[in-house]
Design a protein around this ligand. Sequence first.
Ligand code: BGP
Length: 468
Amino acid sequence: MSYRFPDTFLWGGAIAANQVEGAHLTDGKGLSTSDIQPYGAFGELAERQPNDFNIKDVAIDFYHRYPEDIALFAEMGFTTLRLSIAWSRIFPNGDDAEPNEAGLAYYDKIFTELEKHNITPLVTLSHYEMPLNLAKQYQGWASRETIGFFATYARVVFQRFGHRVKHWLTFNEINVTLHEPFTGSGLPRDCDEQTRFQAIHHQLVASAKAVKLCHDMVPEGKIGNMILGAMLYPLTCHPDDMLKTLTQNREWLMFGDIQARGYYPSYMTRKFTEMGVTLNITEDDKQALKETIDFVSFSYYMTGCASADPEQQDKADANMLQMIANPHLKASEWGWQIDPKGLRYLLNFLYDRYQLPLFVVENGLGAVDVVDEQGAIQDDYRIQYLNDHLYQLGEAIQDGVDVMGYTSWGPIDLVSAGTAQMSKRYGFIYVDRDNQGHGSLKRTPKKSFYWYQSVIGSQGETLTEPQS
Ligand code: BGP
């Protein structure tokens, strides 16, 4: 039975500055932590050598081609676009006294272009990058001073764009520091738990301070958090597996719990004691954390299982996370387990927990696409993946969950965050560029482009019931 999504539902796609813009030193931009991670999210602090190849230096050249790309998004019927601001365009060193006007002017042009097409921006303040200088001079988020630098950046951005951008997110996948500390916080990979959790604490305080600034400075603004939604199911119904699953799910839920409730959940007290972590939490920090988010957003690609059995070795690849493979699910070419019903489950679960509006701000299938002899890309596998997930999202709305919108990840092919490949494609729009950086950068709509256009045009009524 076809279902019509609410008229207020926002449809669109999600991109991140470092994965699309390129122009990594243009108009006064400083180096960011992403600029020294040529192999994707798995980086360390290093000096960039003059001849280093980093595919993100050009990425898909969105910096110069944004009018064409935004026009294509509009042609699909987008009502929203999630994008991030590169902090290092605004504060090239992170600790500069004044912002870089050329960086601000660039995003003004982007927002003007979006307004021309009636596309509402959803802006992430920090998506997997920070000014490199902060990682070098201050140990990234390990330093309390970084909170102040981030608050200054947020204030400048709200001041400049607050009259035209009403939807904001603080940190992309704020739980990633647990898995990739350099990507998440500018920390060394082998940092100890004390440093890691203190850095996470600083980031959570900075996030709450940005929420407060948004509430004070952006009339009618709404600001959310962003978590990597890493839902685990128990591998069996053995009570030990149930408890293990509870504990492991709390590792990512902790972030949402703090950001939505305004304080650390009680289960963290025992966890910190067992880890030997003693956080430095000031009275000012406690006060700051009380400023809570307006909505909860998350990325959703897969689910996995947890098991208390140490012999259980059947691991699944899972976007930087450790998960045990679910025998009932198939996986993508990159080993990520595909679970559309898991999206319905997660939406219900999070709504039960927070009673806040939810926004699915990333979801999609990374796949190798083939251009056929006619120059077309028949990406039926992507259509199926997205159809099935959106169908389950519609089910969740009918379950009573308040979902603000959906932005599929990478509506135009972009550089993979995890592997820095171009060949791991998510887009409705093909970009002619390979992993070595060869190609014309020409844009070509795929079959899924027209499919998504019809889904948006019908408010979801053309979605079909999944096969399984
Ligand atoms: C999320 C990130 C994105 C994005 C996506 C897909 O974790 O927020 O930046 O890239 O995953 O991952 P990948 O690019 O590794 O396929």
